[in-house]
Design a protein around this ligand. Structure first.
Ligand SMILES: Cc1cc2nc3c(=O)[nH]c(=O)nc-3n(C[C@H](O)[C@H](O)[C@H](O)COP(=O)(O)O)c2cc1C
Length: 252
């Protein structure tokens, strides 16, 4: 029995009929939205949406993301790299208008389009160059606005973060990006080492054999995760329904 079959069988053994029934009862908004879109498109192929948080379209971060894309393709999973490029991006200004209109009030850049694409994606990989030991400002501005205005499009789907550095600051950067997943009910996909590559140029990154190996293993794990979730869903093992309603402020 391979790993995939083992996990599906284990899930069934653990949950049994009551769990299956409970899972069938209610779907999350993100899942409902995705079902509708998928039905409209009539497509069966899974897709991973990647974001290149560098202004260098074919730089080091792109080189790492491309290594993952090649593995996903070999695994039969589609992918797309969204390039943030060199344009300026506004930060979230906390105006709250997205709560009323259902999208970011700044409609002139990639953020609302990204949320639309996220609705039909099955998983996400966010990649960033390291700037002063943190992710690039542009990816944080884009993700703050995308998650604040459109978190449901990402919720419940697996995510992974990668970072590219000349030398140091990758771990802190990956930590920051992972937090978009962990506050939003998203399983975090790991690899066999820290999700980092090293280099100042794509050529140098291609010499980072271990870094690229880590990227390839991440691609395999991501493909495995989205396939497993899809198989589970077919068996009635959709996402668990989270509790909601409690909201505690510390100062009253
Ligand atoms: C403003 C700025 C700050 C940087 N800070 C760091 C740093 O703290 N640590 C590091 O190792 N590299 C740092 N670098 C180098 C880049 O992280 C590194 O070259 C990265 O691989 C570039 O990826 P890219 O080609 O996708 O843009 C910095 C580069 C810039 C432009």
């Amino acid at each position: 029995m391979n790993r995939r079959d083992f996990i599906i069988k284990s899930l069934l053994a653990l949950g049994g009929a009551p769990l299956l029934a409970a899972c069938r009862e209610e779907k999350r908004p993100a899942e409902k939205a995705k079902d509708t879109k998928a039905d409209q498109k009539g497509e069966g192929k899974m897709k991973i949406l990647m974001i290149n948080g560098s202004a260098h379209e074919k730089g080091c971060t792109y080189t790492a993301l491309s290594e993952i894309a090649a593995v996903l393709k070999a695994e039969g999973v589609d992918s797309e790299i969204i390039q943030l490029g060199g344009e300026p991006y506004r930060d979230c200004i906390g105006c709250g208008v997205c709560r009323k209109i259902g999208k970011c009030v700044f409609d002139d850049d990639i953020v609302n389009k990204l949320v639309e694409k996220a609705k039909t994606a099955d998983g996400f990989i966010f990649g960033t160059p390291v700037y002063y030991a943190h992710p690039s400002g542009r990816i944080l501005s884009v993700l703050d606005r995308a998650f604040y205005s459109g978190a449901a499009a990402f919720a419940g789907k697996p995510g992974a973060a990668i970072a590219s550095a000349r030398r140091a600051g990758t771990i802190a950067s990956i930590d920051v990006l992972n937090k978009y997943f962990t506050i939003n009910d998203m399983p975090v996909i790991s690899s066999t080492y820290w999700n980092e590559v090293h280099g100042n140029t794509p050529e140098e990154v291609r010499e980072d054999k271990e870094g690229l190996q880590t990227m390839r293993n991440l691609g395999k794990n991501m493909a495995w995760a989205v396939k497993l979730l899809a198989e589970g869903k077919k068996l009635g093992l959709g996402l668990p329904t989270p509790e909601s309603g409690a909201r505690t402020n510390f100062i009253r």
